[in-house]
Design a protein around this ligand. Sequence first.
Ligand code: HEC
Ligand code: HEC
Length: 203
Amino acid sequence: MLANHRLVRRVFLFMLVVLVSWIALSIVGAFGNSKASASDPKLADGLAAWEQVYSVLTSPRCINCHTATNYPQQGDDRHRHFANVIRGPEGKGVPALNCVSCHQSENADSTGAPGGPNWHLAPLSMRWQDTNDQILSSAVVCGAVTDRSKNNGLDGPGLLKHHQAEPLVLWAWNPGKRPDGTMRALPPLTHAEFTMPAKQIGV
Ligand code: HEC
Ligand code: HEC
């Protein structure tokens, strides 16, 4: 009777040890896995690809139209647009000074006015800078670009198509001449390089 009792206790103890070890192992396993995913090559590739996209979005040719203020910027130093040009209700300026009165559908290299179809400022929901003209962080821009309540309802393929074909995006790779006759600088990647990493992460 006594021997039996001991046996039951031993079996019970053994089961308890197995159970505790199993729980402990699965916690370690889960922890180990989450650590593994942080160094997952796919995730690391995705982050690197996003940083490339970010370097283009925040380059002067793009971000000069994606401001948080009531004016566009110009030049590589992103200074305020000359002639006190202001955003106006739809980003198209105001009646006396609307964008298309100077910006035609193509670059006007003789005057140095850049051009593209329906040239106007991106809406404030698509700003990538703050009101002091400081560029927003990579995480904030990523959040804004992929937030469909801010980006005109574009999903991943929609964003990619925008980057591949939108004329104002393409203009950045054919930005024309400044009024002094020199060429405007291009974004840091070629258009093909820009849309390739974008393809990997769906932007
Ligand atoms: C009075 C004419 C005029 C009006 C109005 C005007 N622009 Fe411009 N804009 C120019 C000229 C000329 C340049 C070239 C200046 C330079 O490169 O030094 C320019 C440059 C720019 C640039 C800089 C491109 C770059 O990357 O350097 C942006 C962006 C821009 N304009 C946006 C706008 C927007 C948006 C509006 C309307 C809200 C607007 N402009 C209204 C004449 C005008
Ligand atoms: C002449 C001004 C102008 C320039 C230059 C410009 N954009 Fe835009 N961008 C706009 C406008 C306007 C919209 C809003 C279009 C709409 O409402 O459909 C927009 C929208 C976008 C959007 C979608 C919304 C979002 O999430 O922000 C993306 C992405 C974008 N632009 C990327 C770029 C990139 C990349 C470049 C440079 C390679 C660029 N833009 C250069 C004016 C500009």
